[in-house]
Design a protein around this ligand. Structure first.
Ligand SMILES: [Fe+2]
Ligand SMILES: [Fe+2]
Length: 176
């Protein structure tokens, strides 16, 4: 018997997604302070995406008639030693979330919760994309660490991570 139910574990993941959202606001604030508006904008948008992930999980719990708990969030880092470390932090965060998503998949499968297993599939794909996105950004930021305006140009040109995904699960309150 697993010690946690899937809804309980998903409520914990809601906290992790909101925490990721807040942490990305922290990174965005760092870049805004440095007058790097494209990097700031990139992280403000990622923050909204993470909030959407949390709200998709809220909607799922509402749909299956389980309790939803809205968690407290610890304060997040908005000052960094240099302008590469927010992206290093973001890549680590996305990898960690990937592990959390796999654990939820395992729990769903282990408890034969087919609805939950199906719900989690989208997040598996999403984490592949998010890790790749942050890895790409880290490559560009490291290559341009002496001239971050090159990163600003790259973001303006490529708009990475800006696609709309029609296969995404519905979010409570709608996607903003
Ligand atoms: Fe997420
Ligand atoms: Fe993410």
């Amino acid at each position: 018997m697993p010690e946690k139910s899937f809804p309980e574990a998903l409520n914990e993941q809601i906290a992790n997604e909101f925490a990721a959202s807040q942490q990305y606001v922290g990174a965005a604030v760092h870049y805004d302070t440095e007058t790097l508006p494209r990097l700031a904008g990139f992280f403000y948008r990622q923050a909204v995406e993470e909030r959407d992930h949390a709200m998709m999980m809220v909607q799922y719990l509402l749909d299956v008639d389980e309790e939803v708990r809205i968690p407290d969030i610890e304060s997040k880092q908005s000052r960094f030693d240099d302008s590469v470390s927010p992206v290093t932090m973001a890549l680590e965060q996305e990898k960690r979330v990937g592990e959390e998503i796999y654990a939820l998949c395992e729990l769903a499968r282990g408890t034969k919760d087919y609805r939950a297993e199906q719900f989690m599939q989208w997040f598996v794909k999403e984490q592949v994309e998010e890790v790749a996105l942050m890895q790409d950004l880290l490559n560009v930021v490291e290559r341009s660490r002496d001239n971050l305006l090159l990163v600003e140009d790259y973001l303006a040109r490529e708009n990475p991570g800006d696609e709309n995904d029609p296969t995404a699960p519905p979010a409570a309150g709608g996607t903003l």
